[in-house]
Design a protein around this ligand. Structure first.
Ligand code: PLP
Length: 231
């Protein structure tokens, strides 16, 4: 695992340098779905401190077992409104807000927990029927609505473009997400401009994180390259 992590970090640095970005401005989220708490513990020992989980139930067990180690947990899977309470209790950043119903549920639970919950809005940038996320045309409206909720802090956008084994084919989708972010931020009314800062772009996985960094990713979500293939 040590070597894998070193390799990812060096590829992140190279990609950042190629486009004149500070490598420190890009966060690595280690995607630990289907990875045991013991292997996560190993990754923590290697200096990884942010983990991404797709399933609330699975995550809860690991978070319990690994509490007190100072790591941060992100939720990156599809979230159902009835899991909002647990999600607010467990996660420092929820990447996958894709409906007003879910946003309201999270806002309500965050208020009860006395927390301002950081969230990202998931965009279905490739318009795939199999993927969740709002369409680019709905994004404007949902961003304003999320932005007006007291107990949510909308910090940016997340996307999972159509899979391709050629990362260059994914580049246009990453660029589209960044352009959408820039348009959304630029188009906010002055009352929301002070509240919403869409600084995060969560995009790029094992197959394409270097291209994502070149396109402006601030958070990459890497599973396989770090933990090996999942069964
Ligand atoms: C599983 C998953 C990842 C990690 O994928 P890898 O190809 O293993 O790096 C990233 N983001 C989301 C939303 C995922 O579900």
């Amino acid at each position: 695992m040590h070597q894998r992590i070193e390799q990812i970090r060096s590829r992140m640095r190279d990609a950042a340098r190629r486009c004149g970005r500070d490598p420190e401005s890009i966060r690595l989220v280690a995607v630990s779905k289907k990875v045991s708490a013991e292997r996560v513990r190993q990754a923590i020992a290697e200096g990884i401190h942010v983990f991404g989980e797709n399933y609330v139930q699975e995550a809860r067990g690991k978070i319990d077992r690994l509490s007190g180690l100072g790591v941060s947990w992100h939720f990156i899977g599809h979230l159902q409104s009835n899991k909002a309470r647990q999600a607010v209790a467990l996660f420092d950043l929820i990447h996958s807000v894709d409906s007003l119903k879910l946003a309201h549920a999270l806002n309500r639970e965050a208020a009860k927990a006395n927390k301002v919950q950081p969230v990202l809005m998931q965009v279905n940038i490739g318009r795939e029927t199999t993927k969740s996320g709002v369409s680019a045309s709905e994004a404007n409206r949902l961003a304003r609505e999320i932005g007006s909720l007291e107990n949510l802090a909308l910090q940016g956008l997340m996307a999972m473009p159509p899979y391709s084994d050629d990362p260059e084919k994914t580049r246009p989708y990453f660029t589209a997400l960044k352009d959408l972010r820039d348009r959304l931020q630029g188009g906010l009314d002055s009352d929301l401009k002070n509240k919403i800062h869409l600084q995060e772009l969560s995009m790029g996985m094992t197959a394409d994180f270097e291209v994502a960094i070149e396109c402006g990713a601030t958070i990459i979500r890497v599973g396989t390259a770090l933990f090996g293939a999942r069964d």
